[in-house]
Every structure is written in structure tokens, then in C-alpha cells.
Design a protein around this ligand. Structure first.
Ligand SMILES: [Zn+2]
Length: 212
């Protein structure tokens, strides 16, 4: 586990969301404290916030829908944003996108069920971003197996208490993490639980362009 020089280390309560900027080289570790809790993650390149995490680019350039250590999250313009440098769980999702009020109305018949998209909209507002800017997410600890016949479903996470995934900024990024509030399907195994977020300190050289 990368432990040296943490800039931040805090518990993200159930259903809460946080957004942070990372300089190139900084890491963000998400720990599933109690097990079976999903964290939706979105990211934007800095300073060009219009270039965002793009799951289809990520799938094509990694050649898999099951991302783990050694894989990279890419933007729409195929810019590497975050690389996965540690992963003790081994099962995450890049196909499902985020829960939101509109899809929960259709699939569960409920009104105004706050989801990760609504969380993200609030978290990224300080950067002048809004709902149309929220990209499809990478969902840490979410377990959505694709069967040989192409069928797809949301099942309970494989993560156990203490499992963690660490993302390293390949370039300067804005990243947001939503502690997924979904309680209407097996996504979070029927209970919303806290996550721990740890951000490494930036070194002085991080994020600076090399002189040419
Ligand atoms: Zn969610």
C-alpha cells in the first residue's frame, strides 16, 4: 500500500460525493471499509475540462471491460488520465455508468431517487461544470459480469472489508468520487456504507512541464 505523504485521508459517508484536483503523479486511494460498497469515479483533464473520462476509449485501449492494476482510464481524446496502480479487489465496472433519478424512475418506478449523477453535478459545479458535462463513470468495486451469451446484470460486489484501489494521475486531473447511494438493486449489497479516501501529497516537481 502506498502510504507516504498523504495530503488528505478522510471517510466519505454513505451517499456523499467529493471532487478534488490531482497534480500529475498524485494518487487517490479508495478503500471499501466494510466491503461491498461501490464508488463511482469520473475525471476531467486539466486545464481542458472538456476532455473527460471516456469508457469506450478506455475499453478499446485496454482490451478489456474488467480493469485492474496496470490498466489506464482514458479520455474522449485518448489522453491517459488515471492509471490503476494498486487493486486488492480485482472486480470493477466500466459499462454501467452511474445511477440517476431518470433511470431509477424507469427501472424501479420511484420519483426523485438521488443517484451518483446528481452527486456529481453538485460536486463539479465549483468548476463551472453541469449535468451535460458528467461523463459515464468508472465504478470501483461494482460487479457487473458479462456472460458468454452477452447478458449483463448488476450483482453484489466482490470486495471485502479493507479492499482498496489506487489511481495515479497520469496528467493533471479533476476527479470526483461518489459513494454510490443505490439501494434499489444489489449494487451495494443492500446497505450503504462508508468509504475511505486518501490522497497523496504532491511533490514540488509534480505537474510541472519539463523545460524544452
Ligand atoms: Zn450510484
Amino acid at each position: 500500500m502506498i502510504t507516504s505523504g498523504l495530503a488528505e485521508d478522510f471517510v466519505l459517508a454513505p451517499a456523499r460525493c467529493v471532487a478534488r484536483t490531482l497534480r500529475r503523479g498524485q494518487t487517490l486511494r479508495i478503500t471499501d471499509l466494510e466491503g461491498q460498497q461501490v464508488a463511482d469515479v469520473i475525471a476531467f483533464a486539466l486545464p481542458d475540462l472538456s476532455d473527460r473520462l471516456w469508457p469506450s476509449t478506455t475499453i478499446r485501449l485496454n482490451g478489456t471491460v474488467y480493469l485492474t492494476t496496470g490498466h489506464t482510464l482514458y479520455s474522449e481524446l485518448s489522453r491517459p488520465l488515471l492509471s490503476i496502480v494498486e487493486d486488492t479487489c480485482g472486480r470493477h465496472d466500466i459499462l454501467a455508468g452511474s445511477c440517476n433519478a431518470e433511470i431509477d424512475k424507469i427501472r424501479y418506478g420511484v420519483d426523485d431517487h438521488r443517484g451518483c449523477v446528481e452527486n456529481f453535478v453538485e460536486a463539479i459545479a465549483p468548476w463551472g461544470l453541469g449535468r451535460p458535462d458528467v461523463p459515464m463513470s468508472f465504478n470501483a468495486f461494482m460487479n457487473c459480469p458479462v456472460e458468454p451469451d452477452g447478458s449483463w446484470s448488476i450483482v453484489e460486489p466482490a470486495s471485502r472489508a479493507g479492499d482498496y484501489i489506487t489511481l495515479r494521475a497520469v496528467t493533471d486531473v479533476l476527479v470526483a468520487v461518489s459513494n454510490c447511494p443505490q439501494d434499489l438493486n444489489p449494487c451495494n449489497a443492500g446497505e450503504l456504507k462508508p468509504l475511505r479516501i486518501a490522497v497523496s501529497a504532491a511533490s514540488q516537481s509534480q505537474g510541472e512541464e519539463k523545460p524544452t
